[in-house]
Write a protein that binds this ligand. Sequence first.
Ligand code: MG
Length: 384
Amino acid sequence: MKYGLLLFDEPKRDTSRKIIHIDMDAFYASVEVRENPKLENRPVIIARHPKETGGRGVVATANYEARKFGIHSAMSAQKAYELCPHGAFVKPNFELYRDTSIKMHDIFRRYTNTIQPLSLDEAYLDVSHNKIDQISATIIAERIRADIKRELNLTCSAGVSYNKFLAKIASDHHKPDGITVIPPDKAHDFLMGLPIEKFHGVGIKSVEKMHNLGIYNGQDLFDIEELDLVKQFGKMGHSLYRRVRGIDDGEVNNDREPKSIGKESTFSDNLTSENDVIKALRLLAKKVMFNLKRKQKHGKIVVLKIRYENFETITRRKSFPDYIKNEEELFQIALSIWEEETEQMGVRLLGITVTGLESVIYETIPLPLWRNSYSERIMKSDED
Ligand SMILES: [Mg+2]
């Protein structure tokens, strides 16, 4: 008798899609070298010089010359200086990197509109159907690499396969300035030999745990029962069981980016006390902040909407120089707008919206914030 648990159904492999992962090589550093040829062949470290900052500050990225000295992103600039005192420290210019990223995306869109950016310098493209009716994803990837080289004077690495997981691993395989193709019939062998630390999504802590369990490569992982993986690694175990079998159904997600995220409540009994309003605003702030975090967005503009019992509706907005950080801050802002604007009680509806949103992943947060999980992500994503 077969038990009806979905977990134990043998997963099926879908090899019908064509996915490309593009990853720029040492992106920030390469852009700086392009802008300033004097930096060519020198170790370039994207960070303010520790002498300027009194030793504070963190390396955003380093070019390959600098990496030879053991310098890597998220390292303290002071440490980088000790390892390579003659290296060129360059203050990051995120506006320039963002502009360059926009130009990259213009190139991507010649081939497909199904693009999912992971950071400024990395994106998935689904070219199963594409604008040039090219059946070979490899040819498209080569054309994109050539366009980027010719028009932006930068190099990138590309991975080509039938899902995102494999495409991402592939782009890392011949880096820098390389392309790796993993066709469906090569995926199994490729994965079996892959060191466990190269499995995208397995963090440093999990790698340690894997090693303790005797898992060093894909083959070791492949040999473990799904239930045991789930026991050890929870949800990630489930996903690893599939990934090591070459299965990843995640779509290249090109959802239009929301420009604002908000929440409003209509009250069945009009709110008549300041206390009720405070309670309602707190709850709204909590919900809005939850959704912002889930979508990895943040914004600097807060809009408060109030509808009174006579149906008079007012909306008031306030802009701030910095991104709203948390629920408490959002609540305090909403409350301050309420206090400034309100002349009457009897509230039918309240709404809080944060607008002018930008992706947290788009490196708009001020540096350094390295203990913040978003920036760790950014650091990781620009590692290469
Ligand atoms: Mg990169």
